[in-house]
Write a protein that binds this ligand. Structure first.
Ligand code: ADP
Length: 495
């Protein structure tokens, strides 16, 4: 099968969060299975050029009409490892992709509508005839109606189109004018059966357009699929999701186990692996990484428990609960390392205040940025990974942590509930229990899980080792997930 991803992110090249990991890991897994994959991305100025090779002009002078003017687009072909890339560059006066960040600009809607239209135009003009166009979240959702209503008629041949919902919270709600800007008739789409926003009839909901017009839709975990079909988890789209239940499925994300591999990870100070289930080898490797991380972050070099969070520090991720757990860990004499990106000021201020206080010097390190190297150091050196999300479509950090022998402490929601099983309360066999969980997103909940975790680390080393082992022997690779995507592609093709 030939699959073309139209995506706003790709790990190693342009990553903000899990979406980038998934496009990367799934594409590599599909290629390994013998499929052909192409990935279309914006040519951001923040691309990680050190991971891009063979950059060559591929198509010049694509003409994209937007807001009544014609803008030229150049497409570059390139490679990241064995992944073929097609990078969309534009001379648009608003410099849509030259912003130093992937998201978070006031005109994100314009930027991603333009990108989506340019990607479709590229597929048409390059006579690419994919079996499947695979789109991701609200930013590329417009390609679904564009394919059905415009580009098929223009001659674009594509077998089917599937959309992955990585996060239902972001829906691309915008004025109908935005559709007119890219040549679509807003009147046609501002109806309940099309892209009308369920909560504001004068507005367009781009993600809803993806759900309505795609052949197949999936979420990134089975539990999240169930949650979003309820009023509580559906972010206003639950009725639409129930209506289209027949084409919706939940597929648990994988992680790329070659990239996330403590035995070969070149960003770690010490590599380690679970040879012959020898947990002592893992512990000495992790201890070396922990000490190196403590030194590099100015923490006291110690074997006290070290709790961490690697996250976008946004409301979804439960920042108040991270802060509460941080204080609790420090009061109990442990250490905490937080790597948090994209935090708005009202969220990062209290963290900065805590860091500035002399009381916890040597115990607390906070880095408010996106830092791939530090993320790896934390996975390799921390004892616990805290993920107290209010909702979590899948969550990768808990899976990556387990691969590195770092025990997860998570809230039971979305994909976290599909992957982490409480050592004390799960009904699964003891050997399959791999972490600590709590249900209610409040201090009582998170303290209940955290306290048990810290006690286990300090007083029950055998139980802690068993938890490390349970996580490390679990297989979160794409091997299990890829067939589900291929199956979905086949269903989409048969439409
Ligand atoms: P989301 O996609 O909601 O951000 P996921 O858990 O699905 O959350 O995926 C997070 C991915 O992004 C993981 O690969 C994680 O290592 C990475 N990540 C998250 N925050 C940071 C950060 N501040 N610095 C580096 N990597 C990060």
């Amino acid at each position: 099968m030939h699959i073309v991803h139209i995506a706003p992110e790709l790990a190693l090249v342009a990553k903000a969060g899990g979406l980038g990991d998934i496009v990367y890991g799934l594409s590599k897994a599909l290629i390994k299975e013998g499929h052909t994959v192409d990935i279309i991305l914006p040519k951001y100025d923040c691309l990680q050029h050190e991971n891009i090779e063979n950059l060559n002009g591929e198509l010049d002078n694509l003409a994209i009409e937007e807001k009544g003017s014609i803008h030229t687009v150049k497409v570059w072909s390139a490679r990241c490892e064995n992944l073929p890339l097609h990078l969309i560059e534009t001379s648009h006066p608003d410099n849509y992709f030259l912003r130093a960040t992937i998201y978070g600009q006031e005109d994100d809607t314009d930027r991603f509508l333009f990108f989506s239209k340019a990607a479709m135009e590229y597929l048409l003009k390059s006579d690419t005839r994919p079996d499947i166009i695979h789109i991701h979240d609200w930013g590329t959702a417009i390609t679904a109606p564009l394919l059905r209503d415009v580009y098929r008629a223009k001659g674009l041949k594509a077998g089917g189109l599937v959309m992955t919902i990585h996060n239902l919270l972001h829906q691309g709600v915008c004025s109908p004018e935005h559709l007119a800007n890219i040549g679509l008739d807003p009147k046609h789409y501002l109806t309940p059966n099309s892209m009308q926003h369920p909560e504001a009839p004068d507005l367009i909901n781009l993600l809803k357009g993806g759900i309505v017009y795609a052949d197949q839709v999936n979420t990134v975990s089975p539990n999240y699929e169930c949650e979003i079909k309820t009023a509580l988890g559906g972010c206003g789209l639950h009725d639409i999701l129930l209506k289209y239940d027949g084409k919706l499925r939940g597929i648990l994300n994988g992680i790329d186990i070659d990239y996330w591999n403590p035995a070969t990870d070149c960003l770690l100070d010490a590599n380690y692996s679970l040879q012959g289930n020898n947990i002592a080898l893992v512990q000495s490797g992790k201890q070396a990484n922990k000490h190196a991380m403590q030194k590099s972050l100015g923490l006291e070099v110690s074997d006290r428990p070290l709790v961490s969070s690697v996250t976008r520090l946004v409301p979804q991720k439960g920042p108040e609960l991270i802060l509460a757990a941080m204080k609790r860990t420090l009061e109990k004499g442990g250490q905490f390392v937080l790597l948090g990106s994209m935090a708005p000021e009202h969220i990062f201020k209290p963290f900065q205040a805590l860091q500035a206080s002399a009381k916890y010097k040597g115990q607390l390190a906070i880095s408010l940025d996106h830092n791939e190297k530090l993320a790896h150091m934390i996975y390799g050196g921390a004892d616990f990974m805290l993920v107290p999300s209010l909702f979590e479509p899948c969550g990768l950090t808990q899976m990556i942590s387990m691969r590195y022998g770092t025990v997860p402490i998570v809230r039971m929601t979305g994909g976290l509930a599909d992957t982490v099983f409480d050592v004390d309360t799960s009904k699964l066999p003891q050997l399959e229990r791999n972490g600590y969980t709590f249900e209610f997103p409040d201090e009582e909940g998170v303290f209940w899980a955290l306290d048990r975790a810290l006690t286990c680390y300090e007083d029950k080393p055998e139980k802690y080792r068993q938890l490390m082992l349970a996580g490390m022997t679990q297989d979160f690779s794409w091997k299990h997930t890829t067939p589900d995507y291929v199956q979905m592609y086949k269903v989409a093709l048969s439409h």
